[in-house]
Write a protein that binds this ligand. Sequence first.
Ligand code: SF4
Length: 297
Amino acid sequence: MSSTPLIETINVNLWSKCNLRCAYCYGDFPERPRQASREEWLAILEAVAPYTRRITFCGGEPTLNPHVGELLDKVQSLGLQTSIITNGAKLTERLVEKLDLVGMTLDATDEPTLRALGRSTPTWPDYYAGLRRCVAMIHRVGRPILKLNTVVSRLNLHVDLVAALRELEPSKWKPLQFTVVVGENEHRAEALSITRAEFDAFVARHREQLPASIWVAPEEDDTVRSTYVMVDPSGRLFSTATGGKLFSAPILDVGLERAFAQVGGYDRERFVARGGHVDVVQRRRLSVLPGGAASPE
Ligand code: SF4
């Protein structure tokens, strides 16, 4: 294992398709990579397990992968923490019971803004009502830590999420500055981009009104770009550190270490600075989150 540092979280894009069309999305994979099979994912999880503490399933929409439950079982059997980033499309209580962390997206609460963002669509209206149902289910199950992400762009810079965050009670709120990824969303850059000062003001306006039980963990553009270790739907590592996507050879062909070197690793200093190294699952057991905030448990 030698030169590769512990990677606290490996983000696995389990499924390239999604039922939503978010304006800012950079998980659409216009390259249309081949979809790894169930057997390949099982082998990939075994190959990366020695290097990490947690597997985060994302996409596209990971709950659309028909094998997601079995793959979560596999992650658990490897002794790793389980995590998912989902829009809730097919999130069930059975899946929630297998998870240590669930990340969902709260970009706005009003329907016009959600529609403009592509979060509510004619075929799946009222995203916010669905989010509230999912969050209630997560709290009812009680096992996973709830994280809410907000992608802050020109389309929702005006919103006030304080009341919603107080009601939904995430352990962690992660506002992310809209990020341009070449080949994914650069055609929307002008309409969506905001400045660092605008992003900081959005975060500060919320932070001062939120209870200490919510860990606020903002990520500006550069951090979003360079601090994630990601596996594409075909089983290759990829990085967006240079603006577009850089892909490795398939992990099953070259192993994680060589794949990691092929995409230039990741910016661990920045990763640590954003608190990515903090084991929130372990911290919750100790009832303390970064910043000294008591956890909800
Ligand atoms: S829910 Fe996620 S993957 Fe789906 S379109 Fe929106 S940002 Fe992209």
